[in-house]
Design a protein around this ligand. Sequence first.
Ligand SMILES: Nc1ncnc2c1ncn2[C@@H]1O[C@H](COP(=O)(O)OP(=O)(O)OP(=O)(O)O)[C@@H](O)[C@H]1O
Ligand SMILES: [Mg+2]
Length: 405
Amino acid sequence: MNKIEVKNIYKIFGPRPKRWLQAVHDGMSKETLLERSGHTLGLRDISLSIEEGHIHVIMGLSGSGKSTLIRHFNRLIEPSAGQILVDGTDVMSLGQHELEKFRQQKMSMVFQRFGLMPHRTVLDNAGYGLAVQGVRRAERNERAQHWLEQVGLTGFEQQYPHQLSGGMQQRVGLARALATDAEILLMDEAFSALDPLIRHEMQDQLLALQARLNKTIVFITHDLDEALRLGNRIAILKDGELVQEGTPEDILLAPANDYIEAFLQDVNRGKVLNAEHACYERPLTLTMRTQPVHAVTQLSNRGYEYSAVLDGKRLAGVLTRPAAEQALAEGSRDIARYVEDMASVPATAALDEVLARLLRSSEPLAVTGDNDEFLGVLSRNKVVELVTPMVEAASEAAEAERPAA
Ligand SMILES: Nc1ncnc2c1ncn2[C@@H]1O[C@H](COP(=O)(O)OP(=O)(O)OP(=O)(O)O)[C@@H](O)[C@H]1O
Ligand SMILES: [Mg+2]
């Protein structure tokens, strides 16, 4: 289900946005608009669906419109044109009172610079959103206390923000956002001010919390590694336009243009891609009931040395070509007795782990999902290709340059 749906929004900053809407609609560039009218193009024709329970990352360079986009979700910014639906409700249709309730209860925000109040204790800061909602002190403290515990800050309740490290302050910000029980978290560069190690820890913590809480999270970042790590889906903005939207794999395997490729240059693909991305397109599979003659024919037709064998959806093992030939020679009814154990890796295993395993042994590897469900057979070539596209390109270039013998 879509939690947030954005339909064709345009945002033009300046005194007379409506007057320039048509020109922007017809393709006038951000620079030309500024030159001719003094108006700034914030967003151009953005449509985006954010699914309930997902972490949806918004990426892009500074000034690309990320903050502008998410401020439309709670109507801190109103669109020049277009529609924003949250849980099916058009946010522009809300009256003043409804809007206040909506902002307090549906969404909470986590900010880059933590946004804590320096003269209030950690406990009061964590309970602040609840205070705004009118929750009484006793209950407020109890709930704030609970969320501080969830983010690992028990014992710091009576301290003041300046007594905490940056990472701890950001945890207070996270506790405050979670305490209101809002279904949607808007996180605008929430981890950007943290040093890399703490940042990584906060990402882990967010993922762990999310596995239990199942919120809808809109997460803005400049950092592609962070985006690929956290996002179920990623939207990339450039100059107010949406240039690509998809799963991390979609973006990594098929970047829409040079802008995105430039972003991707330094990504550690071995960490981001997983075993499922490196399976053969059409693996041969046999079942325990397959007749030996059929197994031998299939293997030799395809020129394979082995095949995975299934038992229902589950991986039962592997049948090698010599074993298939032996089954045939011994006149067995089926291949069941000739099936050997097959090593497997989970679909979620990162390619660099898979690669390490491939280097240690030459045995065939199956890729399995939950409950041993068979998903495919790992292709060694594909693993290497996916992990090292640059190396590949470089060696091809070297090959081309080599003079003919
Ligand atoms: N209130 C405003 N008035 C005029 N122009 C604005 C306003 N807010 C944003 N803009 C312009 O809209 C564009 C998008 O800004 P926005 O703050 O959304 O970018 P961003 O992607 O969040 O950047 P950053 O990564 O630096 O936070 C920029 O060109 C900016 O100058
Ligand atoms: Mg911003």
